[in-house]
Design a protein around this ligand. Structure first.
Ligand code: CAA
Length: 293
């Protein structure tokens, strides 16, 4: 059955090579998923060699785990490992037909990335963004071909979470959208088309829930109580474990985007902002102060 709003699949273009901008955790998970499900070469790019090595190393380790669990054969493991490579320059995208970025959530950075990518990719290459909250229309504004930009938003952990939010910007054309849905299907994800609205749909709902948990703690509810108050709902993780998985900086960014769009409905925790500004890793703590250093 065709997902609501998806164009006719006959419009989809074939994808024979994938580029991933960024070699962080989410980008590396994506690279493995694309290689495994599309069985095409995937090139990861990043600005420095150590990040690149870490990303490619992550893929190699995950392939090792799949092999150890008996999910793939030794031949498949070797093939997967050879399909995912790293490159310090985007020239490696010269023959890619689908490039996705998973860099820092900053509009200027993402625009810069796509300007560089657009300079090297073929005319029909789809440009996809894993942004969790930024406007597609604004991101595409400086592109020569904004019609090929589409939102392709995964959830953490990429290998496990079944949903994919596909976002149509004001200029996104049907061929791009159809290709995005076809790729989503090959990845075995459930794709839904969402409007180009602040934080789309999932993160808007998630931020309501997480924002209230954080606010309860900020207002004096003991961390332990808030941490386990939701156990009765059978969620797979406690709220603060989820915050840690997503990354406090990403969670804060989404909250700020929603606060800007709907100031009467979404707040931003000052404690959370302090924690992220400190650059310290670790879970949210209501007693956190910068003086602790
Ligand atoms: N990469 C690959 N596979 C992973 C993984 C990872 N990082 N983490 C877990 N898995 C796999 C495990 O290998 C295991 O697979 P098998 O059953 O095939 O062996 C399976 O997931 C279950 O893992 P575990 O048994 O270790 O642990 P669990 O049952 O507690 O599941 C979890 C872990 C899947 C993370 C689960 O706790 C969960 O679903 N948590 C909720 C996650 C969630 O809500 N994500 C959305 C975040 S919001 C977001 O991402 C949006 C945004 O833009 C900010």
């Amino acid at each position: 059955k065709r997902p609501a709003g998806a164009p006719d699949k006959s419009l989809a273009r074939k994808v024979t090579k994938v580029g991933v901008v960024g070699a962080g955790l989410m980008a590396s998970q994506m690279a493995l998923l694309f290689a495994r499900r599309l069985e095409v070469p995937v090139v990861l790019t990043d600005l420095d060699q150590s990040r690149l090595d870490k990303g490619v190393g992550y893929v190699r380790d995950e392939v090792g785990k799949l092999l150890a669990k008996g999910r793939i054969t030794a031949d498949q493991a070797n093939r997967l490992t050879s399909l995912v490579t790293g490159s310090l320059t985007k020239d490696a995208f010269a023959d890619a037909d689908f490039v996705i970025e998973a860099v820092f959530e900053d509009m200027a950075v993402k625009k810069q990335v796509f300007a560089e990518v657009e300079a090297v990719v073929p005319a029909t290459c789809v440009l996809a963004t894993n942004t969790s909250s930024l406007s597609l229309t604004e991101m595409g504004a400086g592109l020569a071909h904004p019609e090929r930009l589409v939102g392709f938003h995964f959830f953490n952990p990429v290998a496990v979470m079944p949903l994919l939010e596909i976002v149509r910007g004001a200029a996104t054309d049907d061929a791009t959208l159809a290709t995005a849905f076809a790729v989503g299907k090959s990845l075995k994800k459930s794709s839904v088309l969402v409007k180009d609205a602040p934080a789309f749909v999932v993160n808007r709902l998630l931020t309501c829930f997480m924002g209230e948990v954080v606010a309860a703690v900020d207002e004096g509810t003991p961390l332990e109580t808030a941490e386990h108050a939701l156990d009765g709902l059978g969620l797979p993780m406690t709220p603060f474990a989820l915050l840690q998985l997503v990354g406090p900086a990403v969670g804060l960014h989404v909250a700020e985007t929603l606060h800007e769009a709907f100031p009467d409905r979404f707040g931003v925790s000052e404690n959370m902002a302090k924690l992220v500004a400190s650059g310290k890793p670790g879970v949210y703590r209501p007693d956190f102060t910068l003086d602790e250093e």
